[in-house]
Design a protein around this ligand. Structure first.
Ligand code: GDP
Length: 193
């Protein structure tokens, strides 16, 4: 459904956010959760977001213009144990500023691992999303790694732990290309494209 993706810029600080009128949808999640793979699945390409070998390296917010209709925003992955506290603080400042002040931002796709309980940083992100009153969808990814019988209980566990309704949690898999339609619908709904 989405076709042309153009890199706009990477921002390391708020004054580098692009000045444009496109609505934005941001993707967030801890390092290595499968964020790049999910973005690539959505855009039907092998390589837009670089799939990193070293977790936690991308610390800029990356903006991509999609079909001249909306902007996909790749937020830097968080929670990698090897990252020094100073880096983590920079990350928190940048993301919080973006989430709370960015007028273009219309919705967030927050990615978690379908196999695990949400991390402390996942909860922190949820708090920010709630306080910024943003539209969001939780994509519980890598669900191909779960036995079929575990899918429903894991989805419910994630919704319960995060204190949100079940409909807000979508089971996805980049490997099985699962969840693409629902992600597209969410983007269309929140951006109005
Ligand atoms: P990022 O750091 O969040 O952008 O994560 P990546 O997209 O780079 O993925 C991290 C690792 O998880 C890579 O080895 C991927 O091949 C693997 N991965 C990502 N998505 C899936 C998925 O849906 N299923 C499975 N089984 N593995 C996945």
């Amino acid at each position: 459904m989405f076709d042309r993706a153009e890199f706009v810029r990477g921002a390391h600080q708020p004054d580098q956010f692009p000045r444009h009128t496109f609505p934005e949808v941001a993707f967030s999640g801890r390092s290595n959760v499968g964020k790049s793979s999910l973005i690539n699945m959505l855009l039907g390409r092998k390589k837009l977001a670089r799939i990193s070998k070293k977790p936690g390296r991308t610390k800029s917010i990356n903006f991509y213009r999609i079909d001249d209709r909306f902007c996909l925003v790749d937020l830097p992955g968080y929670g990698y144990a090897g990252v020094p506290a100073e880096e983590q603080e920079k990350w928190a400042y940048l993301i919080e500023d973006y989430l709370h002040h960015r007028k273009n931002l219309k919705g967030i796709i927050q990615i978690v691992d379908a196999r695990h309980e949400p991390s402390e940083d996942d909860y922190l992100m949820m708090d920010w999303l709630a306080s910024a009153e943003l539209n969001f969808l939780i994509a519980a990814t890598k669900c191909d790694k779960l036995k079929k019988s575990r899918l429903k209980p894991q989805r419910k566990m994630i919704a319960d732990r995060m204190g949100i309704s079940l409909e807000k949690v979508l089971l996805t898999s980049a490997r099985k290309r699962q969840g693409k339609k629902r992600l597209e619908t969410f983007i269309k709904e929140v951006t109005g494209i």
